[in-house]
Write a protein that binds this ligand. Structure first.
Ligand SMILES: [Ca+2]
Length: 225
């Protein structure tokens, strides 16, 4: 899964701004992630835990903010050891069981894309109400300055794969924690199809009424949901 330029801008009303990101997640009942809460953002001894290995004063970005991967972006590095090109993102959604895995994030400057190879993790619900959850890796984001204003965030998903129908997904998230956020993404629906889904979680609760799903449609390079 990859994405082309991501942009956020403030339109003048709304949220006490928090974070937004490209996310890629996979629910896979068979493979529980080890809860390695010890790398990257989870290390309270460095950076701005639990949000980022970067210093706290490096998290917020000025609006309008556009991330264009065809040019150097700074922020969290990609590739093994985070030694590759900057992703443009400065933080990650704090995760109980997930972490920053830069070796699964790649910047393609020629294509102007960011590719995230997902793992079996998702922020959906909590371990007390579901299984294999609150373990999302690489939920990249940036900090937005708090204040009045409606924030608009856009991105382009390039050729979302069909997945296996186990809720593999990518898109945008916005919120302070893994238990309080809204997200908009493309989700694997099985049978070679995908769907657009909007979902909100409040205090760890994502009820059926907190979820909107579009009609299924065929995945593939020509898809433009
Ligand atoms: Ca959650």
């Amino acid at each position: 899964m990859s994405a082309r330029p991501l942009e956020a801008r403030n339109q003048g009303w709304g949220f006490r701004a928090l974070v937004v990101t490209l996310v890629a997640a996979l629910i896979a009942a068979a493979s529980a992630l080890s809860a390695a809460f010890g790398t990257g953002v989870a290390n309270a001894a460095e950076g701005c835990a639990p949000y980022s290995p970067l210093a706290c004063d490096q998290l917020a970005v000025a609006l309008p903010k556009a991330i264009d991967w065809s040019s150097p972006q700074g922020g969290l590095g990609s590739g093994a050891g985070a030694g590759g090109a900057g992703t443009g993102f400065t933080l990650l959604q704090p995760s109980t069981g997930g972490s920053f895995k830069p070796e699964r994030v790649a910047v393609d400057a020629a294509a102007g894309t960011l590719a995230v190879t997902s793992t079996a993790g998702i922020a959906y619900k909590t371990p007390t109400t579901s299984t294999n959850v609150n373990n999302l890796d690489n939920a990249l984001g940036v900090g937005l300055a708090s204040g009045a204003g409606r924030t608009v965030v856009t991105t382009t998903l390039v050729a979302p794969p069909a997945g296996t129908g186990k809720a593999e997904q990518a898109g945008l998230w916005f919120g302070p924690t893994e238990d309080d956020y809204v997200k908009l993404g493309v989700v694997s629906a099985g049978g070679g199809q995908i769907k657009v889904q909007a979902l909100r979680e409040r205090a760890g609760v994502a009820a059926p009424t907190d979820e909107l799903n579009g009609a299924n449609f065929a995945a593939g390079p020509a898809t433009s949901p």
